[in-house]
Write a protein that binds this ligand. Sequence first.
Ligand SMILES: [Zn+2]
Length: 269
Amino acid sequence: MKLNLSCWGCMQEAAPEAAGEKAVNVRPIGNSCFYDLTCPYGHQSYVLIQNAKFEILFQSGLQALNAGYYREAISSIAAALERFYEYSIMYCLCEKLFPGNAVAPEEAVLDKVNAFWAPISKHSERQFGAFNALYYDRFDESPIQFDGKFLKKHGLKLKKEPIDPIAFRNLVVHQGYIATREQAIAYAEAVNKYIHTLARRYWDRNQQWLYNMTTVDARLTAKQMGYSYQNGNIMGVDKITVATAINTFIRVTDENYILGEPSVMQLIK
Ligand SMILES: [Zn+2]
């Protein structure tokens, strides 16, 4: 998946009609939310992509689907679901991240979050356990599960037995099953429906937290880089930081997505 990153310097200097093309730098998607950008005209900046990781992974899956790579699509979308569990864990911790009316966590809180995350960071089963426990604590009930019952309730079919979506994912990712286009679309729709259902609850409970969370990854990442991210900039670095978001199908801070009935069929070519 490629990103079109705009250069802040070019946008400032170029005549408005020329700015568009000159300012766009194409970069492959990376693991960090920060992109260290030096444009062909020598402008230096950090571009901060504020989308949640699961939004980007899901988008990458949709692009693979449209390009005819169905196994790859399912693999990216399954990864998006796992990162959504991580996002949900952080959402459930929002009272600690944003006490009172704070819109950003204190450095000391970020240290605690990092310490909490470290022992579970490489273990998806542990993360899934943390998600279930923290969700129960926050909402006073267990989260709906991404299983055959969920699919049935929403009239979704994977067009392959077993209907259980976890078993289906394992079949594709671990056993080399070559999924069909219809199966990939059905899987994408099921994950979208699941994420949408929970994200809607998060929005209804505390919409502001969803906006606040768009900078948490930046703060944690800056810390890992040895800096701190404050007031929209990486402190101590002689480069401007430009925050932006890419246009993804799933966008939990977009009320068109959250309040609508989004279907991946809108994007399938
Ligand atoms: Zn430039």
